[in-house]
Ligand binder design. Sequence first.
Ligand SMILES: Nc1ncnc2c1ncn2[C@@H]1O[C@H](COP(=O)(O)OP(=O)(O)OP(=O)(O)O)[C@@H](O)[C@H]1O
Ligand SMILES: [Mg+2]
Length: 256
Amino acid sequence: MRTIALTNQKGGVGKTTTAVNLGASLAKLGKRVVLIDLDPQGNSSSWMGININELDKSMFDVFHGDVTISDILHETCVGNMWVAPSNVALAAIERTLVNTKENDSILKNSLSPLQDHYDYIILDCPPSLGLLTVNALTAVREVFIPLETKVLALNGLVTLVNTVNLVKDKLNPALEVTGIIACMFDVRTTLSNEVVKRIKDKFHDKLFNSVIRESTKLAECPISGQPITLYAPESRGTQDYMDLAREVIEGEKKKD
Ligand SMILES: Nc1ncnc2c1ncn2[C@@H]1O[C@H](COP(=O)(O)OP(=O)(O)OP(=O)(O)O)[C@@H](O)[C@H]1O
Ligand SMILES: [Mg+2]
């Protein structure tokens, strides 16, 4: 089972879009996928058709030890893909768990029972480096960093990589940044090409070859309640996320 956190403390870079559509693409290729929504905004839960205002149980209850992740999994319109949802309640955990012992390892412990049942666990992280993201980084083996290629934001990337290394040293020696994903790539501008070139220069082989191009269909997709593979199967969004999924699966060989 591969465990992957989609993390970037910068908002609006493509974390949720990648969590949902990479997840659905992996499922389409026959992998059993659990998407865990770790963002109090609940964007990936809503996207997958879940009414987050009427959740019986959510990741909030998992963090409080009242239920397991298996108890809160929702089936989705995608065969082979399940969602563990969140809503605004999750925003309180930084406060409610402040005095809980080993509060950075709660998620790690709750992922272990999923081990034999799923191929991919994908965590959609919030745009911050707080307790939720630290739990994600403690729980997973791999970090994927979605990066908006419309602006050059190398400083933020360096901060993020430093945080990952800190968690690796203190809490999770197995943690690695597997890859940086160039999102919202604008083929018409030289800026997107320049950003990709700079990332390649600085992070060498960490950049996935598959690039996610900017696409109207991808931007429209969340309100459809479906991932791009169902909403627009012939679109370049589907093409790009399927290419990325194949590249990710190809990487399984290196992980064994
Ligand atoms: N390839 C793309 N083409 C066009 N629009 C995109 C693309 N990827 C993402 N978007 C749009 O950009 C916005 C931000 O994307 P997304 O919600 O995935 O980012 P995020 O990093 O999860 O944001 P947050 O930090 O708020 O959770 C959304 O409106 C989304 O529809
Ligand atoms: Mg998001």
